[in-house]
Design a protein around this ligand. Structure first.
Ligand SMILES: O=C(O)C1=C[C@@H](OP(=O)(O)O)[C@@H](O)[C@H](O)C1
Ligand SMILES: C=C(OP(=O)(O)O)C(=O)O
Length: 431
């Protein structure tokens, strides 16, 4: 019998970060139900606390006292850890207040860019200075409120720049018009707009221009969906092993574009059912190669790369240049680790191609089950490298990680949860 599992996935990082921003900026007290408890989101909540917001936390819900006028403290020092949402959204929130706010981040996050966002904030009159490298943390915002107006933004590296500005819009005196010259990860902007609506703000669109009215946010009670990027590892596990995984709470109504990863698995041969409020992926034994554009869902690129050697044909993932400026250079990290396992891989500026089976094994086209060998995966402190190659580990014994704990960024309990799933999948394939 095939292994069947119902997997409870923790809350979405992206929804939790946005909800914390919106709650802090809203007029009134907001309750977030089922927020993600992980290093990124706890870092975000801690950052709010450092700015003087009150964030009450119980295991199942967080409560935030909104302050439409901005941070309660006139001075603060905020450490954003590894979280890009924290490092990009919080200085933007602070800009709407009055005071001097310094932001720093981990060495990993310090390396990641934010210049297009800080330039746009400066264009809007915000006094923002980078302390060391231009366009990187640490930085200081001397905030005196934001008037609003028109701004042009290149969000070709990260949609988070646009999200930050959209979230800021209702806190400006006259509203914001943001014209984008380029944009990646579009579904994340759609999440932002949908969540702003839930907090009482309607974002308009005129071609490439996003129009945000002034007037502030309304507090609410907001339930966080399970994290669709996290769910990708569990869905991939089903497709890879011939098992079946159902994730409740993520279905047709979900806001997150990363649930679209199941469409990739469907194209490869898995059976996929997306209900209104749950999604099931069943492996069929077939895993076909494909060429796929992952510009919209690039957090799931490593998930696909990690199962790609088991496909019957080449897997080519395109238009994912911005995965080079995530927690690590994910295209090279995936390629390097796949090669450590013995797979044949090529990369270009914005693509990766993985050939079936092991390099030089002459088994191309057979899926080469079993021909890869275990290795110590170099994680570069990237949670997604660990979680992705844990999926590979369902078929390749002897995989270990130089930093397994970095999953704390989005899913501290990942290893326990994944071991549970592996047990279910293994038990049923044994018996
Ligand atoms: O807005 C967000 O919550 C996110 C946007 C995406 O980043 P980019 O827009 O930089 O691709 C995604 O990779 C990240 O994990 C979360
Ligand atoms: C890229 C990621 O995170 P962030 O940009 O929010 O740090 C991620 O979670 O894969």
């Amino acid at each position: 019998m095939r292994g069947m599992a119902l997997v409870d996935i923790p809350g979405s990082k992206s929804l939790t970060a946005r909800a914390l921003f919106l709650a802090a900026a809203a007029d009134g007290v907001t309750t977030l139900q089922r927020p993600l408890r992980s290093d990124d989101t706890e870092g975000f909540a801690e950052g709010l606390t450092r700015l003087g917001y009150r964030v009450g936390r119980t295991p199942d819900a967080w409560q935030v006292d909104g302050r439409p006028q901005g941070p309660a403290l006139a001075e603060a020092d905020v450490y954003c850890r590894d979280g890009a949402t924290t490092a990009r959204f919080l200085p933007t929130l602070a800009a709407a207040g009055h005071g001097t706010y310094r932001f720093d981040a981990s060495p990993q996050m310090r390396r990641r860019p934010l210049l297009p966002l800080t330039r746009a904030l400066r264009d809007l009159g915000v006094d923002l200075r980078h302390e060391e490298a231009e366009g990187h943390h640490p930085l200081t915002v001397r905030a005196a409120g934001v008037e609003g107006g028109d701004v042009v933004l290149d969000a070709g590296q990260s949609s988070q720049y646009l999200t930050a500005l959209l979230l800021l819009g209702p806190l400006t005196r006259t509203g914001l018009r943001v014209t984008v010259t380029d944009l990646v990860s579009v579904p994340y902007v759609e999440i932002t707009i949908a969540m702003m609506r839930a907090f009482g703000v309607e974002v308009g669109r005129e071609g490439d221009t996003y129009v945000v009215p002034p007037g502030g946010y309304r507090a609410t009670t907001y339930a966080i969906e399970p994290d669709a990027s996290t769910a990708s590892y569990f869905f991939a596990a089903a497709a890879l092993t011939g098992g079946e995984v159902t994730v409740p709470g993520l279905g047709g109504r979900a806001l997150q574009g990363d649930l679209g990863f199941v469409d990739v698995l469907r194209r490869m041969g898995a059976r996929v059912e997306v209900g209104a409020d749950r999604t099931t992926v069943s492996g069929t034994g077939e895993l076909r190669g494909l060429t796929v554009n992952m510009r919209d869902i690039s957090d799931t690129m490593p998930t696909l790369a990690a199962i790609a050697p088991f496909a019957s044909g080449p897997v080519r993932i395109e238009d994912v240049a911005n995965t080079r400026v995530k927690e690590c250079d994910r295209l090279e990290a995936c390629a390097e680790n796949l090669r450590r396992l013995g797979a044949e891989v090529a990369t270009g500026p914005d693509w990766i191609e993985i050939r079936p089976g092991a390099a030089g094994s002459g088994t191309a086209g057979s899926g080469a089950r079993g021909s890869l060998a275990g290795a110590d995966i170099k994680t570069y402190g990237d949670h997604r490298i660990v979680m992705s190659f844990a999926v590979t580990g369902l078929r390749v014994p002897g995989i270990s990680f130089d930093d397994p704990g970095c999953v704390r960024k989005t899913f501290p309990g990942f290893h326990e949860a994944f071991a549970e799933l592996a047990k279910v999948l293994r038990k049923d394939s044994d018996g």
